[in-house]
Design a protein around this ligand. Structure first.
Ligand SMILES: [Zn+2]
Ligand SMILES: [Zn+2]
Length: 307
């Protein structure tokens, strides 16, 4: 009984305080990965453009912000209880590359309720994100001026602006708040630079491929990872398009036999398929094809899946 009494005081009480604090702040003790958008440039009502949130220690880190991703953040916040996905609470956005399906919701994200923000958004990504920010300032000039110079009280008149951190090469690293994020270069046809990201927290190692053809770098970064989120082309799908487009897409993206080879070498504990190019074949064709060639755990992601 005496031992139990000590256990009670020394462990149960602090654990209770931590639980109360977590429920109050919305903090997650465990790292969570939320698929906010799993789409491609192909119009799709069920899939937003690319977007992944990683939540660690009460903070959300966003990877890409394709069209519709901000609405998915709001759904995850209001309908699923992920308070750190309130868009005004997110202050770190990492961009893989500047294709439209990865950035179209950037103005929506930067502008959503900016006058209620308590911190500015830091945007990390390839050279070009600074120009993208200036394009957004031009687009929203009238509204910004009206809010700042009009009758609306605005405490932080510069908070519609984002802070850019550009890089040309892989190896750039973010290391703060107990989370380490490393950008690595991938091969995405003739689009340069394009990055994948390796994210490490005390309990998880996650690798996001970004858009890439089969990459040795992904194998290196994902070896031993808990989760590999990878883009893919279905063979059934690509067999239905013209030789020109087959060649084009194969030099920008990864086909299922190639992804199976990557997974067989890297052996992640979980492989998540996203950004599936399947043309007129069913989206599930990519999953079926991978399962024939790879015996590890693999899932096909839908918007708002949580891992
Ligand atoms: Zn792309
Ligand atoms: Zn893409």
């Amino acid at each position: 009984m005496k031992i139990l009494h000590i256990v009670d005081k020394k462990i149960v009480l602090p654990a209770l305080i931590l639980l109360l604090w977590m429920s109050f702040t919305g903090a997650q003790a465990e790292t969570k990965l939320i698929m906010l958008g799993t789409g491609t440039p192909v119009p799709n009502a069920e899939r937003a453009g690319q977007g992944i949130a990683i939540i660690y220690n009460g903070k959300a880190y966003l990877f890409d912000v394709g069209g519709g991703v901000v609405k998915r953040c709001i759904q995850a916040w209001k309908q699923m209880g992920f308070k750190s996905l309130n868009p005004t609470k997110i202050s770190h956005l990492f961009i893989t590359h500047l294709h439209s399906d990865h950035v179209l919701d950037y103005p929506e994200f930067a502008n959503t309720y900016w006058w209620r923000r308590t911190s500015q958004i830091n945007v990390y990504g390839p050279v070009g994100i600074e120009k993208m920010a200036w394009g957004y300032y031009q687009m929203i000039r009238f509204s910004i001026r009206h809010r700042i110079e009009g009758k609306q009280p605005v405490k932080n008149p510069t908070f519609y602006q984002t802070i850019q951190h550009e890089y040309k090469k892989g190896g750039w690293t973010f290391n703060k708040n107990g989370i380490k994020i490393e950008a690595f270069e991938v091969a995405h046809g003739d689009l340069h630079p394009a990055f994948g990201y390796k994210i490490q927290t005390p309990d998880k190692t996650i690798v996001i491929s970004g858009d890439t053809m089969k990459s040795e770098k992904v194998i290196e970064m994902a070896t031993g990872a808990d989760i590999l989120v990878h883009e893919v082309i279905s063979e059934d799908g690509i067999s239905r398009i013209s030789p020109f487009w087959q060649k084009y897409h194969s030099s920008y993206h990864t086909r299922t036999p190639e992804l199976a080879e990557i997974a067989n070498k890297a052996k992640p504990k979980l492989l998540i398929l996203t950004h599936v190019l399947h043309y007129t074949a069913p989206v599930e064709s990519a999953l079926h094809e991978i399962k024939k060639l790879y015996k590890g755990k693999v899932v096909l992601a839908n918007d708002l899946d949580v891992f």
